[in-house]
Design a protein around this ligand. Structure first.
Ligand code: UD1
Ligand code: CA
Length: 462
């Protein structure tokens, strides 16, 4: 059976007070429309049709590489029924059409699957919720047998209908053939002068179809975002869900309210965790991150698109991006691993060190105030405090290669391209411009002179 998904996303979203079209605003770092399209994919939609209007070009550009997607332009917003009409020509002749809103980002695929299963030639599936305050929403009108007979919009409702707490979420599954039949007959003769999609409910009943309702597991699945407050509220809910899942999978999270997991725009599998991972407070995890068994992440760390193997410990205030860290490494406190940083087993990158596009060998130590860029450091080497790989001459980048068990004294500048052999020693304070062979000692600093009886200058009288 063909499943078409129509996403309504033409509205302006003026209450966001933003240059960015509303459906491009993120939840967990991912545009709301991307959440909706991912849910559509998760229910095996054969085709996705997005109705756009305000900010149409920006929305199209943001999803330029999306497959199975057609755009329908609704130049003027004349109502939800009119919006679906704009996509009608590209829908299949038969099957089921699922209607979603681009600004209702968190409906779960499991809910949508249940809803789709309710739709057939004889029946529509309608997602509803009960609200203490149903102001503004379409009311679900039922007859004496509790069968749905119509949806009446707030502005068109009579006194009795205004009391109804069950409301339309806007999400529904309809036999596509019927949609082709009903939509062209919609009228805008109502309080708002709009073409209401909701009018098809009464049409369905008049045609002898039944309307079956479904309630989502969580009300938040039906929340729309109209302003920044609602966006923040859904963000918190989404984060809470993710953190709960992690804890259910055996992760220790010291404060569930102070861990954010952001998905990023890219297609990735998110966060993968081993057993007994511990995450301290104020941590942000972004994109595709793998934390192996027993990994500990200290407070105030950011980890993005990186893999940390079993037993690795990240101490407070470290920032890790596009890095590969093997087992039992120690990072931080205050370390920065930039893209291309690769640490072998047991390596250590400590206080105020920056590593970029470099391999740090097994058990090697880069512990204090150091910059390692475009370098490879052999296993067991010790890089002293304040060492700098001078990898850039202002135009080009060059490599530094250090062999195994080398000892680089503190405050050394290694002017690349440069090789330091295995077991070589570089004296503290050296500026190394020539290769150092294995086992050699290199000293490249001015010789110390001591002057005895030195008189310090004295202040001259004015
Ligand atoms: C609609 C429903 C109402 C329901 C409510 C849930 C109708 C007539 N009413 O209300 O029963 O309780 O949603 O939130 O369907 N849109 C377009 N083009 C348009 C109009 C709307 O693309 O011409 C899009 C908006 O961008 C938004 C969605 O459709 O994503 C809903 O529009 P909105 O104006 O918020 O809903 P209402 O019509 O007030
Ligand atoms: Ca220095």
């Amino acid at each position: 059976m063909t499943i078409d998904v129509v996403v309504l996303a033409a509205g302006q979203g003026s209450r966001m007070k933003s240059q960015l079209p509303k459906v491009l605003h993120p939840i967990a770092g991912k545009p709301m429309l991307a959440h909706v399209l991912d849910s559509a994919k998760a229910v095996q939609a054969d085709a996705m049709h997005v109705v756009i209007g305000h900010g149409a070009e920006k929305v199209k550009t943001a999803f330029a590489d999306e497959e199975n997607l057609t755009w329908a332009l609704q130049a003027e917003q004349k109502g939800t029924g009119h919006a679906v009409m704009m996509a009608l020509d590209s829908l299949a002749a038969e099957g089921t059409t699922l209607i979603l809103y681009g600004d209702v980002p968190l409906t779960q695929p499991s809910t949508l699957k249940e809803l789709i299963a309710l739709a057939n030639d004889q029946q529509l599936g309608l997602l509803t919720v009960n609200m203490a305050d149903s102001t503004g929403y379409g009311r679900i009108v039922r007859d004496a047998e509790h069968k749905v007979t119509a949806i009446v919009e707030h502005k068109d409702a009579n006194e009795a209908q205004l009391e109804i707490k069950e409301v339309n979420t806007g999400i529904l599954a309809v036999p596509t053939a019927k949609l082709h039949q009903w939509l062209p007959t919609l009228s805008n003769d109502n309080a708002q002068g709009e073409y209401y999609l909701t009018d098809i409910i009464a049409m369905a009943v008049a045609n002898g179809l039944t309307v079956e309702t479904l309630q989502p597991a969580n009300e938040q699945e039906t929340y729309g975002v109209n302003n920044r407050q609602q966006q923040a509220e859904l963000e918190r809910w989404y984060q809470a869900q993710q953190v709960n899942n992690l804890m259910a999978n055996g992760v220790t999270i010291l404060d569930p309210a102070r861990l954010d997991i952001r998905l990023g725009d890219n297609k990735n599998t998110g966060l993968t965790v081993g057993n007994d991972v511990v995450i301290d407070v104020n941590v942000i995890i972004e994109g595709q991150v793998i934390l192996g068994d027993g990994v500990e992440v200290g407070p105030n760390c950011i980890i993005k698109n990186s893999t940390l193997a079993a037993g690795t410990k990240v101490e407070a205030f470290s920032h890790i991006e596009d890095a590969q860290v093997a087992e039992s490494c120690v990072i931080g406190p205050y370390a920065r691993l930039r893209p291309g940083a690769e640490l072998a087993d047991g390596a250590k990158v400590g206080n105020f060190c920056e590593v970029k596009k470099s391999q740090i060998g097994a058990g090697a130590k880069v512990n204090h105030l150091t910059y390692i860029g475009d370098a490879s450091i052999g296993a067991g080497s010790n890089i002293g405090a304040g060492t700098i790989t001078c990898n850039y001459d202002g135009v080009n980048k060059f490599k530094t290669e250090i062999g195994e068990n080398a000892f680089i004294g503190s405050n050394t500048s290694l002017v690349a391209p440069i090789n330091v052999g295995a077991n070589a020693t570089v004296a503290a304070g050296s500026t190394i411009t020539k290769d150092v062979a294995a086992e050699e000692l290199a000293v490249a600093r001015s010789k110390q002179r001591n002057i005895s009886g030195w008189q310090r200058p004295v202040k001259t009288e004015k």
